[in-house]
Design a protein around this ligand. Sequence first.
Ligand code: BCO
Ligand code: AKG
Length: 238
Amino acid sequence: MRDVAIAKSEFVKDQKAVSKLQDFQEDPELFRYCSLPQILKYVEAFTGPNIMAMHTMLINKPPDAGKKTSRHPMHQDLHYFPFRPADRIVCSWTAMEKVDRRNGCLVVLPGTHKGTLKEHDYPDWEGGVNKMYHGIRDYDPQHPRVHLEMEKGDTVFFHPLLIHGSGMNSTQGFRKAISCHYASADCYYIDVKGTTQENIEKEVQEIAARKYAMEDSIKFQDAWALRGRLVHGERTSL
Ligand SMILES: CCCC(=O)SCCNC(=O)CCNC(=O)[C@H](O)C(C)(C)COP(=O)(O)OP(=O)(O)OC[C@H]1O[C@@H](n2cnc3c(N)ncnc32)[C@H](O)[C@@H]1OP(=O)(O)O
Ligand SMILES: O=C(O)CCC(=O)C(=O)O
């Protein structure tokens, strides 16, 4: 994916810029990250022994092109997932270099993982918003926030209801991080019809239908079942 500010151009003419590699589960080298024992040791405490890697990303947050589009709005990852229970899902996010407020580190609202899933939509940002970067419609702006400044190799694990996002990259370099959302293979798919997740379901189905040339026959749950990969134990349900 490219940043929306350059979706129809490039930062530097004739040079391709990639802001994110998503769904690298079939790439043996990158996928090694998802199987690292140092990571799975913590993941297992949330998922139990049957562990699925459901969503993989190498995030190459670009230098901001002047429109603040390198920001990631505050959101809860559960908004994107049609599977439950939330307590059996966990994200690992590893800094691939030093990240701080200058290059757009993660920002979290501590304690919000004890709340409920909130309504998400595109934020009303003047400079535009990246495709599928939904944000929480309203959260308490007074809620204490913590900026996660991390060294290369530091990893944070977080709950899918934790409200988080990331700031603008005001440096000239690309800020790199690698992440995986894990879920217990014993989780189950849910139907999100009639819930706040209907808007993301529609977008994912549209993109998946284009990607797999399957008109509108691909379901939200299928889009996840197709990319999920077992990393430990048995694929019991997901
Ligand atoms: C638990 C998850 C928490 C999160 O991380 S939430 C954010 C998750 N992020 C995503 O899901 C990434 C979504 N992006 C994508 O799937 C793809 O980049 C996307 C938008 C489908 C584009 O696919 P590409 O393969 O890059 O295709 P393409 O370069 O040919 O572009 C196709 C059309 O899309 C446009 N586009 C590309 N990147 C964009 C962006 N960042 N924002 C808005 N529009 C964007 C591009 O201009 C093109 O439009 P058109 O068809 O020429 O009108
Ligand atoms: O890496 C970032 O800048 C934000 C990542 C994020 O919020 C996510 O993956 O849910």
